[in-house]
Design a protein around this ligand. Structure first.
Ligand code: IMP
Length: 428
């Protein structure tokens, strides 16, 4: 069972770090295929807590080769500071591989991200401000800077000048900002070149050879299905494809090589930034989920919006990703509620709708139709198998599984590495 994709089934922050870490010991390669340092994985190893934004979580497993694929956008300053932060804590990062085709987040992409959001005012997306969208925009506009450009000064200079030609017009004439000097940007980027050089590789070749040799390769999605540029709640989305197909384009591996697609699904729902969210709670239940679940962004430090579980979204994630399994996380956060509402369908303009509407207008008008399931009060953090869970917790999991359209193969019952119930192995 060599190639698995692990991705967020909701709006991100489902607890992917824990899942990748659970598999870490048996996985030979962990690959990021999209996004950049807008992602936030918290991984707990023993009594140590690591917050990773750009690096694949496999960097914490000694036997594993972490890979940053061509589909990722890389801020070189962040890459070097995450690496040195880990080195200072004794983590060996020398195995990291970085695709020469990955695009670089340049200082002007970050500036454009921030000024665009400010310019949008009330209509802003609520981006992480890390330059992600503008860097992908440059990629598609064919004025992007790639990792490999760092090793040809003349090409790099030409490309930075070309990119800034238009941007400086925008910055000075529309946004009232100072122009950015191409020479300074080139100098800064060249300053990273030698430090990064040892990691740069033809990652597509490496990964396909690894798959031919029956190695276990894990493709780790950032963000989540509903933040996908094509399949998410556009325009309130990120600028890449966290959905399963993104693993193929963002790593250069054909779809015939992927064996399993695992959706990480939180036992309730959260979202960061703007955009529709039918089950969002504005009462003390929402406040309690936020407090008990520690729902504050790893990357931005912003409070997450919280709400009940939404089965319509889970079914949609099963569909657009071809999910084979779910990893249900944070079940322990729901301990103590007498009754737990679960959204089973939407009501849109007086009609009951079972599937996520493709129309943005309809989705904005969707009201959740709830079914209420009985809760449990027993501590579940020590549960090691499904049968250790209280009957009502078992019934909650089974109900979610039935509504969501794929088997729940693992359940997170606490933040620690070992606080997980494995039902079906992901590697069998
Ligand atoms: P961007 O990815 O910085 O362009 O932000 C676009 C949208 O995606 C905003 O609503 C962000 O809050 C959201 N977003 C980006 N990364 C994450 C993540 O890792 N978890 C949750 N939301 C995210």
């Amino acid at each position: 069972m060599p190639a698995l994709v692990l991705l967020g089934a909701q709006w991100g922050d489902e607890g992917k770090g824990k899942a990748t870490d659970l598999l870490g010991g048996s996985v030979d390669y962990v690959v990021r295929y999209q996004g950049g340092n807008n992602a936030g994985h918290t991984v707990v190893v023993g009594d140590q807590k690591y917050a990773l934004h750009l690096l694949p979580s496999g960097i914490l497993s000694p036997g594993c080769t972490p890979v940053i694929g061509n589909g990722v956008v890389v801020d070189p300053a962040v890459l070097l500071s995450e690496l040195s932060g880990l080195n200072e804590r004794g983590v060996d990062t020398s195995k990291l591989l970085l695709s020469g085709n990955a695009h670089l987040i340049t200082p002007y992409n970050i500036t454009v991200d921030k000024v665009t959001e400010r310019f949008l005012g009330k209509r802003k997306i609520g981006t992480t401000g890390r330059g992600i969208g503008p860097t992908y925009a440059d990629k598609i506009n064919r004025v992007g800077i790639r990792v490999q450009d760092l090793y040809d000064e003349s090409i790099l200079t030409q490309k930075v000048e070309a990119a800034l030609d238009v941007k400086n017009q925008l910055l000075t004439k529309l946004y009232n900002r100072r122009a950015i000097e191409a020479g300074q940007v080139v100098e800064e980027l060249l300053g990273y070149a030698e430090q990064i050089k040892g990691y740069v590789a033809d990652t597509t070749l490496v990964l396909n050879k690894a798959l031919d040799d029956d190695k276990v390769v894990l493709f780790e999605g950032g963000q989540g299905t509903l933040l996908d540029i094509d399949h998410g709640t556009y325009p309130f989305v990120t600028s890449s494809n966290p959905t399963a197909g993104g693993a193929c384009t963002g790593a250069g591996v054909g779809p015939t090589k992927i064996n399993r697609v695992i959706g990480i699904l939180k036992a309730y729902t959260t979202r960061v930034g703007a955009g529709p969210f039918p089950t969002e709670l504005f009462d003390e239940d929402g406040e309690a989920l936020r407090r008990i679940g520690g729902e504050r962004g790893v990357t931005t430090g912003r409070d997450r919006r919280c709400g009940w579980f939404d089965a319509v979204i889970a079914r949609y994630a099963t569909r657009v990703n071809g999910l084979t399994d779910f990893f249900l996380t944070k079940l322990d956060v729901l301990t103590g509620w007498e009754q737990i509402p679960v959204c089973v369908a939407y009501e849109i303009d007086g009609k009951r709708v079972e599937e996520l509407p493709y129309s943005q207008t309809d989705f904005h008008h969707a009201k959740p139709v709830y079914e209420t399931l009985p809760g449990w009060s027993e501590d579940i953090t020590k549960a090691k198998s499904f049968s250790d869970l209280p009957k009502n917790a078992q019934a909650y999991v089974k109900a979610l599984e039935e509504m969501s359209g794929a088997p729940i193969s693992a359940i997170g019952v606490g933040p620690g590495r070992d606080e997980t119930i494995e039902i079906n192995s992901f590697l069998s």
